[in-house]
Design a protein around this ligand. Structure first.
Ligand SMILES: Nc1ncnc2c1ncn2[C@@H]1O[C@H](COP(=O)(O)OP(=O)(O)O)[C@@H](O)[C@H]1O
Ligand SMILES: [Mg+2]
Length: 246
């Protein structure tokens, strides 16, 4: 039975979508069967981060409305084996989608995957609730600044209120000069946010370049960030991996 993980944050632009794509790629490369689901209904963009924008035909609502079978709505990544993708409808609002039905859609799918990742929109509204509904685990993506960490704390609490106890923090877009501060305050950050760290990812300009070119992050050669994402993937699998150079 696959583990279902929601990737979320209070604020927009912290790197949820890029992180979903990179973690999914890393999990697939280490041999796990992965499905990633865009839950940003209306504003979907996980297809771009995965470099599959030209191949998407269906979305999860097509399967919910029984226009196609779920297996036909899911697409296989053309370059990365073990990596599957399910898009979000672009012409609906998150509130139009029934959470219980959405949840049921992934009950049977979980048997075919080791991990299902749900890329959440920002905020704690209907889109967040939709993405969190099926999840057994949450990863909250924040940047290292105080407002983002505070939003992260609210998001951690909101996930726990929904019964998701296994919540981890990913600090993204960390700049060199911030690393020392993060290293010295890692325990404070964990205490203030209320979740253990799953990893730290550097500011890496190849991430937006890859997304703009529409190629997968690991194919573009964001080696440094990708190595950090690979560590995160290994930690998700339960390996004891050194957190990286912080
Ligand atoms: N580690 C990083 N280094 C540099 N740019 C990043 C990093 N992570 C994300 N970005 C860029 O930040 C922007 C927002 O990222 P995105 O993943 O779309 O955030 P969200 O899904 O949280 O709104 C994108 O242009 C993305 O390429
Ligand atoms: Mg996003």
């Amino acid at each position: 039975m696959g583990v279902k993980i929601v990737i979320t944050s209070g604020k927009g632009g912290t790197g949820k979508t890029s992180s979903t794509a990179a973690i999914a790629e890393a999990l697939a490369i280490i041999g796990k069967r992965v499905l990633c689901v865009d839950c940003d209904v209306g504003l979907r963009n996980l297809d771009l981060a995965l470099g599959v924008q030209d191949e998407v035909l269906f979305d999860f609502y097509d399967a919910m409305a029984e226009r196609v079978e779920l297996k036909d709505a899911i697409m296989h990544h053309p370059d990365i084996s073990n990596l599957d993708f399910l898009s979000a409808p672009s012409d609906m609002a998150p509130g139009d989608i029934d959470e219980a039905e959405f949840n049921r859609l992934f009950d049977s799918a979980a048997e075919d995957y080791d991990f299902i990742l749900f890329d959440s929109p920002a905020g704690l509204g209907a889109g967040f609730r939709l993405a969190a509904t099926p999840a057994d685990m949450g990863i909250v993506v924040a940047t290292a600044d105080a407002t983002s960490l505070r939003d992260g704390q609210k998001t951690v609490n909101a996930l726990k209120e929904r019964g998701i106890e296994n919540v981890r923090l990913l600090v993204n877009r960390v700049q060199k000069r911030q690393f020392r501060r993060i290293r010295s305050s890692v325990d404070d950050i964990i205490d203030s946010v209320g979740a253990q760290l799953i990893g730290v990812v550097s500011e890496d300009e190849s991430i937006p370049i890859a997304a703009n070119l529409g190629v997968p992050i690991m194919r573009y050669g964001a080696r440094y960030a990708f190595d950090q994402y690979e560590r995160i993937a290994r930690r998700i699998c339960g390996e004891r991996v050194y957190i990286g150079k912080i």
